[in-house]
Design a protein around this ligand. Sequence first.
Ligand code: CO
Ligand code: ZN
Length: 328
Amino acid sequence: MYDLIEKLVNAYGPTGRETLVADTIEEMVKPYVDTIRRDAMGNLICEKTGEEGGQRIMLSAHMDHIGFIVVAVEKEGFLRVMPVGGISMNASLTRHVSFGNGVQGIICREPVRDGETPAMKHMFIDIGAENEAEALSMINLGDMAVYSNDCFRLGQHKVAAPAMDDRIACALLVAVLKELPQKTRNTIVAVFSTQEEVGCRGAKTAAYGVEPDIGIALDVTGNGDTPETKLPAVKLGAGAAIKVMDRGSISNPELFSDLLAAGKAAGVPTQREVLPYGGTDASTIQLTRGGVKVCTVSIPCRYVHSACEVIDLRDVDAAKKLLVEYLK
Ligand code: CO
Ligand code: ZN
């Protein structure tokens, strides 16, 4: 599992630029599904056809990763940027970032004048260019940078990396496809979605095209297990989290119970998740066509939207077994 995770977190793929991630995943899942297509939004839609009269179950894991987009270049060669998705200024200070073309940089903040609040306009990326012309020979306006690859094991069971949100769920979904029996009663549609971090846009068109009866988003969630953080009441290492509610969706109660029961049948630990913030692809899947029953299976994650997002491999394993049991 670690190798699969490392491969996926290391693929360059800021929001709206997910092609390389999709290419990597397509190679991995090809032997395990019947059809693969991509839609205009860049979603990778992999279908495993079930029996006639079975349900259509869509699982969605987003491929995109928060980042920075270049909006201007200063005459000294520094890049002004805007966030793409929920970037935290504090978490990004003096972080190593990488562009898709291999240019490396450091994101920094200038001193703020008295009475001024630090804002994104005070941030810049230093790519080592000595002036505007040199900078523009290295990057273009509109290019995107993400936190640089840095995947490592933390203690016995944990792994840290940028882009764990949501490549950990991409890895989980790939692993689930590998473990499913050749024939399933229901049609299973694995969607690797785009642009989740700017409002779950990919899942919206994917769900419209897929026409699912049931939608299950796979994503990371917060943690309530560091000294001063108690919410959500979810702990790393305590199992797959099944969502009751967040800011974007209220899970269908029957689907929630079915997933909880699948966890029990698979003999894996589960946790009930009520998240006071955030949302997942479930938020847009549920509003597709005449409405879709949704729930989210979450992997608890510390320091979400930082360059060191931490997950526990035992939770990934629990989520995998739960989903395989449910889909069988
Ligand atoms: Co996110
Ligand atoms: Zn996410």
